[in-house]
Design a protein around this ligand. Structure first.
Ligand code: PAF
Length: 310
């Protein structure tokens, strides 16, 4: 099976490195020729928390160089999906699959607008991986990847199982799920609580447990998201507040992806997270005042960067 991983961020680099080490026919795909040249030269550098360091020379190329693949994994930030999806028609072979392993909602729809929904897979990754620099990542912790065919997809259970096997051969825990949309929402419920609060307050995830007011806002955002999911007909498992607490504790030292984006001056994924909860709540007639406000604050935080003092 020929694979492409679209996007040389933290997750994209990790997947390309692990698939390559496992002997898969994989290429990391980027759209910037200068970065492709640099990454080819330096390889993907994977650091572990135990002090391990490996340089993995997985093939890296522009979309047209890589050509049609049986499976293309979309691993770009949610705000890049629209642009990245334009490479998919050239990367998906006839009958090839596209799998989004991105945060938040809206990615499936953006990809389906370009290549349709029949050959789409959705996934949720709970891996601890952080981008340190271009092509340099920290693989902080193994975690499970859930995969499934979302609404509108015609991908069979056997095909999902084959993709899950591929991940397992690359030493990645992977479980097929029939309720992948609910799994996407379960992660979203956590992200809409932790990500904007840690980004606005510039604190690691665990600190939210020491700041009662901040945690209260995170809980309120998560509960609104849970209510919207339920109103949309999804059944989410577990208690969202307990899960929020547990993720903050388990990832206490982590800087959330949104905090990393703010610190690096990059756009954030607020539009795929809290803004999606707010928009979907609105269309269901469900008020989401906390998610509305957090969306506005994060947009304002991004706009204020050039004017900040100190
Ligand atoms: O986006 C993130 O940073 C992660 O999904 C999570 C779970 C909040 C941990 O930092």
């Amino acid at each position: 099976m020929k694979l492409a991983v679209l996007g040389p961020g933290a997750l994209g680099c990790l997947l390309a490195a692990l698939f390559h080490e496992a002997g898969a026919d994989v290429s990391l795909v980027d759209y910037r020729p200068e970065r492709v040249a640099r990454l080819r030269l330096q390889g993907i550098q994977v650091h572990t928390l135990e002090g391990g360091h490996r340089v993995i020379k997985a093939p890296i190329g522009l979309g047209p160089e890589v050509g049609p693949c049986d499976l293309t994994i979309v691993a770009v930030k949610a705000y890049q999906t629209e642009t990245a999806a334009r490479a998919l028609p050239g990367l998906m072979s006839r009958g090839g699959l596209a799998l989004t392993l991105q945060n938040g909602l809206g990615n499936l729809e953006a990809i389906a607008r370009i290549v349709g929904s029949q050959r789409l897979l959705a996934g949720v990754g709970l891996l601890g991986v952080t981008r340190q620099d271009e092509g340099r990542i920290i693989y902080a912790g193994k975690g499970v990847i859930y995969l499934g065919a979302p609404a509108g997809s015609r991908v069979s259970g056997m095909e999902v199982a084959a993709v899950a096997d591929l991940f397992r051969r690359a030493d990645l825990e992977c479980q097929p799920r029939e309720d992948i949309e609910a799994v996407l929402w379960e992660k979203l419920v956590i992200n809409v609580g932790i990500n904007p609060l840690t980004a606005l307050l510039r604190v690691p995830n665990g600190v939210l447990l020491q700041l009662p007011e901040a945690f209260e806002v995170a809980v309120a955002a998560a509960l609104e998201a849970q209510a919207v999911a339920q109103a949309a007909g999804l059944t989410l498992s577990g208690d969202p507040v307990a899960r929020l607490r547990q993720v903050c504790a388990n990832t206490a030292a982590n800087r959330s992806s949104m905090l990393q984006d703010i610190l690096a001056g990059r756009p954030t994924e607020i539009e795929a997270l809290n803004a999606q909860v707010a928009a979907r709540g609105r269309s269901l007639g469900l008020p989401t005042p906390v998610n509305d406000l957090l969306t506005l604050l994060l947009r304002a935080a991004a706009q204020s960067a050039p004017f900040q003092v100190g």
